[in-house]
Design a protein around this ligand. Structure first.
Ligand code: FEO
Length: 167
């Protein structure tokens, strides 16, 4: 495995781990605020990000690369509103998408078609996750500043999100 690809994949392991911990902090915040539906949503997102990280760890090992399990900074754990919480979610996903695109660029440059092929799963995943984040933010923007709207959003959040079969 080319060193620059190995480095990028190790960075990605870190970003997926960061997302997992960030979503865990967001789940915990929502739990403490009494938003059980939103808490469950982020507990599940956190698990998914951990799976994304693991998939990369296993791939780098299979390809004979050296995996570095990263040290992480403490994630944000205070949010001023649900809008701010979900904005954070969208920004986090957009950041991850950018990094994945960077890996694909490098794979094509170095003709590493195997890693490119592996990373296509992440490209599709990011499309879905960004779409989910945007849908939820759109709904919150419609609700505006209305507590009964937040109550319904929290109650119905699981129905706003399509289940994914291949995760
Ligand atoms: Fe695995 Fe949503 O980034």
């Amino acid at each position: 495995m080319h060193t620059s690809i190995e480095n990028l994949l190790n960075n990605q392991i870190k970003y997926e781990a960061m997302a997992s911990m960030q979503y865990l902090a967001m789940a915990s915040w929502a739990d403490a605020e009494g938003y059980n539906g939103i808490a469950n949503f982020f507990y599940m997102q956190s698990e998914e990000e951990r799976e994304h990280m693991l998939k990369l760890v296993k791939f780098v090992n299979e390809r004979g690369g050296k995996v570095i399990i990263p040290q992480l900074e403490q994630p944000a754990d205070e949010f001023s509103s649900l809008q701010s919480l979900f904005n954070h979610f969208l920004e986090s996903e957009m950041f991850v998408t950018e990094q994945i695109n960077g890996i694909i660029d490098e794979c094509l440059k170095l003709k590493d078609y195997n890693t490119n092929n592996f990373m296509q799963w992440y490209v599709t995943e990011q499309l879905e996750e960004e779409a989910t984040a945007r849908t939820l933010l759109d709904k919150l923007n419609i609700i505006g500043d209305d507590n009964s709207g937040y109550y319904l959003f929290d109650r119905d959040i699981s129905t706003f999100v399509q289940p994914h079969e291949d995760r």
